[in-house]
Design a protein around this ligand. Structure first.
Ligand code: ZN
Ligand code: ZN
Length: 137
């Protein structure tokens, strides 16, 4: 049942749109690394969607900025909305949480790169956090 649920999202001007279908273990997470904070203006909350579940509906204005050797950040070149992050050699579309129209059924999981978090806020007590990547600990 949940497997067939569809999620959609778009950018602020509507020229970039995507859809993805539900998959097992959907979990939102927030990256606190310096690069994500600079790029997004705060933390980068996202959902890693397997490529096979993800489709672009419209992406004529989508552009990528390569922010490091392994990472490209996709944004709408018209309105500037940050849409996705692509990491080299992994088969996931890392979708920005903010653009997903309705996140019903996708719980928040954890924070990562907490060692690079900003001084101006605290990660809520009791929420799971990792100093760097969750899969390294
Ligand atoms: Zn746009
Ligand atoms: Zn980050």
């Amino acid at each position: 049942m949940t497997e067939n649920k569809k999620y959609e999202g778009d950018c602020m001007c509507g020229q970039v749109q995507y859809r993805f279908s539900a998959f097992k273990k959907m979990v939102l997470k927030s990256c606190h690394c310096v690069e994500c904070r600079i790029h997004t203006g705060h933390i980068m909350s996202n959902l890693a969607v397997p490529d096979e579940n993800f489709t672009w509906l419209k992406n004529d204005t989508l552009q990528y900025y390569q922010s490091s050797k392994h990472l490209s950040r996709g944004f709408c070149s018209h309105c500037g909305s940050l849409m996705v992050v692509r990491q080299k050699d992994i088969d996931f579309m890392i979708v920005m949480a903010g653009g997903i129209a309705d996140t019903e059924g996708i719980p928040f999981g954890f924070h990562y790169f907490s060692k690079e978090k900003g001084n101006y806020y605290d990660i809520p007590e009791g929420e799971r956090q990792f100093a760097r990547f969750w899969y390294e600990e």
